[in-house]
Design a protein around this ligand. Structure first.
Ligand SMILES: [Zn+2]
Length: 412
C-alpha cells in the first residue's frame, strides 16, 4: 500500500489538504497545519508538491471548502465576535449546521477509496481512525478562533455559536435521496410542515442504504463543485446557568415562594380571591415579599449583580407555610437565563454568608451545576390550601387564568 499514490489520487479528484489528511492520517494528526502533517506523513512528497499538486483551484469536492482557511476568515469576519465580548465567560464553543449534500459526498468518497484501494480502506476503517468533518473543523480552527476572540474553546461552555452554512447545489444534490429511499421521501413530500430533504432524514437514509444501491444512483468520486459553501449566519446562544443548594427555614411566618394571597400569620390561612374592586395596594408585591425565594434572589443579586427577573426558583417538596424546615434542609435550584456574568466558585461562600444574614433562612452547599434542574415546577402550590376542591377550583382557574386544570395529587 502506497500512501503517496493514494494522496495523489485524492488530489486528482479534487480533495483539499485537510480532507486528504483526514482520509490518510489519523484523528491525532495536526489538522491546523495540514501541509506540514502531510509532508511528515509522506516523506517522499516534497513540500512544493503538497502545496501545488492540486490539479485545479477548485473548492474541495468533499468538504466543499468548509475545512479551508478562506471559510475560517469568513467566520472570523462576523460581528458575533464583538457580541461575545459582552459575556463575562472565558470560554465558548461552536456548533456547525452544514448542508446535507456534504454527507452524501463523504459517503461517495469513502466508497471510491474502498473500490480503488480496498486494503487501505479496510485498514483505516478497522482502526476507526477517520475523524468526522465537524470534529476536523473544530480541531483545525480552534487555536485561531481562540486567539481571535481571547476566549478558550470548551465543549462544556454555556456560550455557543451556531454557524449555519449553505451550498448552492444543496437542493440539486440531495434529490438523489428519493431514488435511494422512495417510500420515505414520498411520505415526507406529502407532509406540509416537514422539510423533505432534512439533514437528519438524509443521514438516516445514508445509514440504512447498502453500498450497491448507493452506487446505482450516486456518482463516485464526487464531482468537482462549482462553488464553495457560504456562511449564512452565526447565532450566539447563552445557555442558562443552574445554581443549586439546600436551605433551612427557621420562621413559620414565611413561605418558600410568594403567594398571591393575604395569609394570616397563624396556621389558619385566609385566601382572598381577587375581584375587580381590589386595588394594587391590597395585593402582595411579589418581589418585596419576605420569602425563601426572594431572600436567595437578593443574595444572588448582591453578590453576582444578577437580574432577578432572569431567575427562576425551584425547590423540592411542597411548601408548608406554617412549618419550619430544619435538619439537612431542602434542596433547591435557581435557573439563571442569559447569564452575562461568570460565577466564580470562590464567591459562593460569600453568597451563602450574605443570604445567611437573614434570621429566617440559612443556605449551604450552594454551587453551580451543569446538569440543570430536573423535575417540574410546583405549579399547584396554592391548591394545597383549598378545603373544598369543588368550590375552590373555579377560583384557582379564574385567578391564574387557566383554561384547564386538574389536580393530580393531594396531600392530607
Ligand atoms: Zn476538503
Amino acid at each position: 500500500m502506497n500512501l503517496e499514490e493514494i494522496f495523489s489520487e485524492l488530489l486528482n479528484v479534487g480533495c483539499c489538504n485537510r480532507c486528504s489528511l483526514r482520509l490518510l492520517g489519523d484523528k491525532y494528526s495536526n489538522f491546523e497545519n495540514s501541509e506540514q502533517s502531510l509532508i511528515d506523513l509522506l516523506p517522499v512528497t516534497s513540500e512544493d508538491q503538497v502545496r501545488t499538486k492540486r490539479v485545479r483551484r477548485n473548492p474541495c469536492c468533499l468538504c466543499l471548502g468548509l475545512l479551508e482557511d478562506a471559510f475560517l476568515y469568513q467566520i472570523m469576519g462576523h460581528s458575533c465576535w464583538c457580541d461575545i465580548q459582552d459575556y463575562d465567560s472565558d470560554s465558548f464553543r461552536i456548533n456547525l449546521n452544514t448542508p446535507a449534500n456534504i454527507c452524501i459526498r463523504d459517503r461517495a468518497m469513502h466508497l471510491y477509496i474502498k473500490q480503488k484501494f480496498p486494503d487501505f480502506y479496510e485498514l483505516q476503517n478497522s482502526k476507526e481512525i477517520i475523524l468526522n468533518m465537524h470534529e476536523t473543523f473544530k480541531i483545525a480552527f480552534k487555536a485561531k478562533l481562540e486567539k481571535h476572540c481571547g476566549k478558550t474553546y470548551d465543549v462544556y461552555s454555556g456560550i455557543q455559536l451556531w454557524v449555519t452554512v449553505h451550498h448552492d447545489d444543496y437542493e440539486k444534490e440531495v434529490e438523489v435521496m428519493q431514488f435511494l429511499d422512495p417510500q420515505t421521501y414520498k411520505r415526507r413530500k406529502s407532509l406540509k410542515f416537514m422539510k423533505t430533504f432534512a439533514k437528519n432524514a438524509v443521514k438516516e437514509t445514508l445509514g440504512k442504504v447498502d453500498d450497491h444501491t448507493f452506487l446505482k444512483f450516486v456518482k463516485i468520486p464526487p464531482s468537482i463543485p462549482s462553488s464553495s459553501v457560504k456562511l449564512v449566519s452565526v447565532d450566539l446562544e447563552c445557555l442558562p446557568l443552574f445554581v443549586t443548594g439546600r436551605y433551612c427555614k427557621y420562621s413559620r411566618l414565611i413561605k418558600q415562594v410568594p403567594w398571591d394571597y393575604h395569609v394570616s400569620s397563624n396556621t389558619e390561612s385566609t385566601v382572598l380571591p381577587k375581584t375587580e374592586s381590589d386595588t394594587t395596594d391590597t395585593y402582595t408585591d411579589f418581589d418585596s415579599v419576605n420569602c425563601v425565594r426572594n431572600i436567595i434572589f437578593d443574595g444572588l443579586r448582591r453578590v453576582f449583580r444578577l437580574d432577578k427577573e432572569k431567575m427562576t426558583f425551584c425547590a423540592s417538596g411542597r411548601d408548608e407555610p406554617n412549618m419550619r424546615c430544619l435538619g439537612s434542609g431542602r434542596p433547591f435550584c435557581v435557573k439563571i437565563e442569559i447569564p452575562r456574568k461568570h460565577l466564580p466558585d470562590e464567591l459562593f461562600r460569600e453568597l451563602e454568608e450574605t443570604i445567611n444574614e437573614s434570621p429566617d433562612v440559612a443556605v449551604f452547599d450552594m454551587q453551580l451545576t451543569n446538569k440543570g434542574c430536573r423535575g417540574s415546577f410546583c405549579a399547584f402550590w396554592g391548591i394545597g390550601h383549598t378545603a373544598d376542591a369543588g368550590t375552590d377550583l373555579p377560583f384557582v382557574r379564574q385567578t391564574f387564568n387557566l383554561d384547564y386544570l386538574v389536580i393530580r395529587r393531594s396531600t392530607i
